[in-house]
Design a binder for this molecule. Sequence first.
Ligand code: ADP
Length: 399
Amino acid sequence: MIILVVNAGSSSLKYQLIDMADESMLAKGNCDRIGIDGHISHKTSDGRGFEADMAFPTHTEAFMALVDALTKGDAKVIDSMDEISAVGHRIVQGADVFDKSVLVTDEVIDKIDELRELAPVHNHAHALALRACKSVIPDSVPQVVVFDTAFHQTMPPKAYMFGLPYEDYETLHVRKYGFHGTSHRFVSAALAEAMGRDIKDLKIVSCHLGNGSSITAVDGGKSVDTSMGFTPLDGVVMGTRTGSVDPSAVTFVADKHHFTPSEMSEYMNKKSGFLGVSGVGSDNRDVQEASLHGNERAKLVSDMLTYEIQKYIGSYAAAMNGLDAILFTGGIGENSWEVRESVCRNMDFFGIKIDEELNRTIRGKLTKLSTPESKVEVWIVPTNEELLIARDTLALISQ
Ligand code: ADP
């Protein structure tokens, strides 16, 4: 059974074709610059592929190019779209409307579009892509939507409410939603399996660290708190995003710079974080390199990140009244031994001890880093959001 996984943004459409017989990736690619001009890059698992410029005025043309890439030419992997059993879509914001993955209907697409106010960059693009997909791929192929927020719908009100007037929660739906839920769900389940334990008996802090980063407290397999909030801006310092800031600093800066709300949002989402503090760039590798060469601000932002992660680990251990394991995932979590080492140092109070030699040599592989005497297990668990979307899709169409 073959499943197409789609991750649509406002100007891009990333895709992966997965063979569920062995959960292997057959092909993947990206149609980007939609609405600008258009470019496709396509690769198969056996090393074939191509790149081309083509016109993508809307998501519909991008879907048509994706279908052609999969079914025609030198880099095709199937003969026709009839071989695809279903399409699974990643959706950023499901708010408190969607607490699990669902089959796509016209009403579901409308609801995703209605939630656009809560995720202006993403949800409308998802709705456009869902409609485009329906116009290109036959109705006989079911579609499923998987939400980044759904895993966090188990958070209790004390974790998701802000101290704002209650009416704004009721009327404007302002609350913490949390993101990266697909990743946190995938890696926490994979960790429990690797530990040979029932996830219901585990208290895990899941650190997804990439361009966007979030930390989640997973108690008994359920998200009970998470660092991202109403939008993916909250929590730890990120590539270009601030992470948590005193709200008064936001109104103060907006006032001083005469920023409109959307200008302030751009400033906090695109010009801050590693980029804004270090002045070097948004990529962790560049920041680490500069830090090694004595750049003080690059070192400062690296220190800020690890300090903030340590504080989340401490507060989530308190929130769960215990801690069995910490896991690292995402581009930084899987690859940066420096970040993992800094986070796990000076955590003796929790009885955390990792094998530093091992940590320095391992990248991107499921690995237990903690020593046998460590009271808390520490692991690298590579994430695979596409695979989880494909699994959810398969589960829903098999019902
Ligand atoms: P996104 O959130 O966009 O999915 P990723 O999870 O791919 O991002 O993570 C991107 C981040 O991972 C970048 O900051 C990058 O520098 C960092 N990263 C990737 N490889 C390494 C590495 N070998 N060492 C340190 N950081 C790395």
